[in-house]
Every structure is written in structure tokens, then in C-alpha cells.
Design a protein around this ligand. Sequence first.
Ligand code: GLN
Length: 539
Amino acid sequence: MQSKFIFVTGGVLSSLGKGLTAASIGAILESKGLKVMMLKLDPYINVDPGTMNPYQHGEVYVTDDGAEADLDLGHYERFTSAKTSQDCNTTTGRIYQSVIRKERRGEYLGRTVQVIPHITDEIKASVARVADQADVVIAEIGGTVGDIEGQPFYEAIRQFRTDVGRENVLYLHVTLVPFIWTADELKTKPTQHSVKALREIGITPDVLVCRCDRDLPDSIKAKIALFCDVAREDVVAAADASCIYEVPVNLHAQGVDDRICNKLNIWGRRADLSRWQEVVNRYNNAEVEATIGVVGKYVHLVEAYKSLNEALVHGGLAHRCKLDLRYVDSEGLEKPGGTDCLADVDGVLVPGGFGERGIEGKIAAARYARENGVPFLGICLGLQMAVIEYARAKCGLDGAHSTEFDQDTSHPVIDLMDHQRKIVDKGATMRLGAYPCVLKEGSLAGRTYGQAEISERHRHRFEVNNAYRERMEEAGLVFSGTSPDGQLCEMVELPGHPWFLASQFHPEFKSRPLEPHPMFRDFVGASIAHRARRAGGKD
Ligand code: GLN
């Protein structure tokens, strides 16, 4: 079958949920038995989204093959079974880098190298590259129509339709229909303007997904259809949903998949969204509650912990549990009595992170959880903090630290590996992407996963220092997950504690609403049990 292409663009303003819309369309099409592939074309100039500040861009998502990608790839993997990779996130920087390299190699035979056709060809090639892996490729263009940086991308997707045939390409535009309180009215003008901007560059949208805080009455849909030159049935409302996993259900209820399939001439079985409906039902009808303290640095911006947040929600879904996620600034835990704010949490999570600020607070959080029998989940930096805490408190290693934060520490329990030191000088320093890990039989880690070998994704420089492993093991810390050769410590745990588990990898990247990740599932389960114990203790 000839691959079909859906280009998702956005208008009016950012944060409309374009990525969620693209992912939801992917979920619906997958439920029709189609194989989907998803990619994001980001018009910003950074070559590598991984170096971007989480405050500006939210979390860096990591793929199996070690791409440090835009967080929308996380939505794609949570909503579909598409495996994203380096090929799935292209930026202007990467496109130009590739064109300039070709120019340097003389591949353009001395011709003038221009935005059209050379940059646009490179953009089109990045879309076509993934096509043989799928029936339908869904490509989202970052930013908003009208952005200067976006222009070559819109031009490229415009050309793409002519290249592969009109019946094989569909343009879906996500726009905003605001409710203006003073006028007591929904306004269609922003949508009209953004479609006008799109048509000026030669793209007429086939489907409009209108974000709004309520359902759109038929009269509004009809008005948008008239002004924007689309059929009334192709104007779809995306009203605010109770949870993001409701979006595929709501879009399907309006027949969007039938419209898309008709236009693209795709035959598939009927969409079946019952599993998504079940997720929504579970989310809205929780039977228990638990409070999780997330002790981190980027606490004022949930986007910075997007996958983590979602993985916790998935863990909650597994138990029909509503989670109260309390983001705690770790710096606040550094003063005496700082951990008092954790007194009423049912589980403590120390997520990944970089930079020194609040480090001692994270160590204090690990200590609090260990000493008080509170379920603890440490991720990446969280594992490193738990190991430092244990080394200081239980192994007599005063001043133990990570050389990331104290180069001259007397006990570098977290350190670079010898071979890394040489790489550091060259700048390429991270362990990125999927690595295998073997689990100790009978350990909490082994029981949690229910298998002996796993593969999880990494994004870090520092490792547990093997020179201290024996000493820490003698003091009771169990290294329950290691690389197959035993050289890299991947998981630690504390026998005798109700639930204390930490990983050097990031499990949150592989959790899905339809398949909650075992570590999050069991961490939430342990937190629910802790809450019950606490309640029992009070009686
Ligand atoms: N900063 C730590 C390291 O580089 C941890 C990184 C992380 O948590 N992702 O090893």
C-alpha cells in the first residue's frame, strides 16, 4: 500500500495541544488496524533539542536509539505503539547542517544552494524517510503558522502533496476558538485568520480541529466551514477534556477518522476506542487516593516533568488511584526541619536532574524516606542521591558525594567512568538511549518487572563508582540491576524497607496509559499501602 501522510499544523498560539491532537489521531488510526509512524518537524534552529532549557521547552524526551527529542515524541509513544527514533525529530538546524555538509562535499555540483529547492527537498526527504515503516505517517510542524522559521517547512509540505499525489496527503490544522466572556460568545475570527495565513502559503486545510473550552454549537461549526472553505463535517471540536486520554475518544465521536480515511482513501476496520474509554473511566472514577511528593528542581513547570507526570498517572490508573502530585522544591528541604513538609506524603520520588541547586535537599528526601519507611522511587539523579545518602549514613563515608557536584570529595561514590574522562574532553559525554539490564533474582526489582532482563533508556553522565560497591553492599544496599557484564550499576534497593527502589535509567519514558510501567505501578501500590498503614496508625 502507498503510505499516506497527515500533516498537522497549528494556528493562533502555541500550547493548543497540537502534539496531543496528532498523537490522538495516531491512536484512533491504530485502533483501526493501521500502522502509524509519527514525527515532529521543529522549525527552531537548535540542532539538538537535548541541549534546550527545560524551562523553555519542557522535558527532553529520550528514544531507544538515544535521540534527545522534543517532548511531543513522548505523546506519540504514549498514544501509539510507534517506536520513535532519531529520524522522528528534525529541526531547522539539522536540515541546514545536512544541506551544508552536502554542499561542502560538492554534492550540489556548484549550483546555487537555496531554500527552495534544497532546504525544502531535505525537509521532504526527512518525512519520506520514515514512510516505509508505516501505512500512515503523521508529521507535526512545530510552532504556529506565520512564524518566520516555519516558512520552509510549510512550503515543503505544500510541495509534498504534489510529489506523492493529492489523494495521499491530508492537512489537519489545529486552531483556537476562544470564548469571550464580555461578549458571551465563541469567536471564530482567530481561526479564520490562521486558515487565511495557511492558504496564503498554498495550503488549504482538509480538517480543522478547533480547541475550545466547551463544545462547539453547530452554528459555529457552520460559520467556520463557510469562512474557511472546509466541509461542515470537517470542523471538529476539541473541547477541554477531563484527562488527555479522552481526546482520542472525543475526536472519534465526531467521526474525524471516517473523514480522514475517506479523504485519503484508506480502508480499515472500525475504530475501537474501548481501551481508551476504559482509561478515561478509571481516571474519572478513582476508588483510592495517594499523595506523592516529587522532590525536584523544576517544580514550577510541570512540562519539565511531562513523562514522569504521565507515568505516575498511569501507575495510579493501575490501582484506580487518584494521585495528588505534590511538587516540592528540593532547596526548601535543606534547612533544619525542611523534610517536615513530607510528613503527610505517601511516597517520595526524586526524579532526574542536572546542576547543583537543591542537591542536599534531594539527599535529605532520600534519607527521610529511608528512615521513615516511606516508599521511595529514585530516578537517575534520584538513584545517585540515594546512594550518596546511604554511603554517608550507613557506610561511614562522611562527605561522600558525586564528582558532578564536588570534584574534591573524599569519597566519590558517584563518578565518571575512566573511559568517559577522555570523552569528556571531547564534549560528547552522555550515556543515551536503551541499554540492557539484568535483575537479581528474588529482588524487589526482579519481582516488580517479573522478568530477568530488561531494556531501559538512559540520559546521564555519572555512574555509581564500583570502588565503593562492596562496602555499600556489606552495609546492606542491594545492587539489584546491573549491565549484563556487571560493570554498570543500574538499580539499587533496600531490603527491609517497605519499598525503596532506584534506577539509573528513566523508566518514565516507556510508560503508557494502556500499559503502566511496572516501577510506577508498584510505587503507587506501595504508596497506597503506606497511606493505609498511616491511617491505621492514627486510629
Ligand atoms: N546529573 C546526573 C548525571 O549526569 C543525572 C542525570 C539525570 O538525572 N538525567 O549523571
